[in-house]
Write a protein that binds this ligand. Structure first.
Ligand code: TRP
Length: 76
């Protein structure tokens, strides 16, 4: 991954205030390295990079990737 420029993006749209987009590190240890707070209607466009192997989304959001689109909403 280090010498490859990522081309894909994931799009996250917050459906409520206080949605967190959390970046998790690549490598032996998988740790939080960045948390971005989005308010309702805000959009973040992000990539998987040399430093980021996984992204966790906390809160109500709509997510679009090349694998499809989904929301985080669970019926209770
Ligand atoms: N500096 C981080 C990186 O290059 C920035 C980043 C990329 C990020 N994708 C992310 C932060 C997804 C949070 C979520 O990896």
């Amino acid at each position: 991954m280090s010498n490859i420029q990522p081309t894909e993006f994931i799009v996250i749209k917050a459906l409520e205030n206080g949605v967190h987009v959390i970046g998790l590190t690549r490598g032996e240890a998988t740790k939080f390295h960045h948390s971005e707070k989005l308010d309702k209607g805000e959009i973040m466009v992000a990539q998987f990079t040399e430093h980021t192997s996984a992204i966790k989304i906390r809160g109500k959001a709509f997510v679009q990737t090349s694998h499809g689109q989904m929301d985080t909403i669970v019926d209770e």
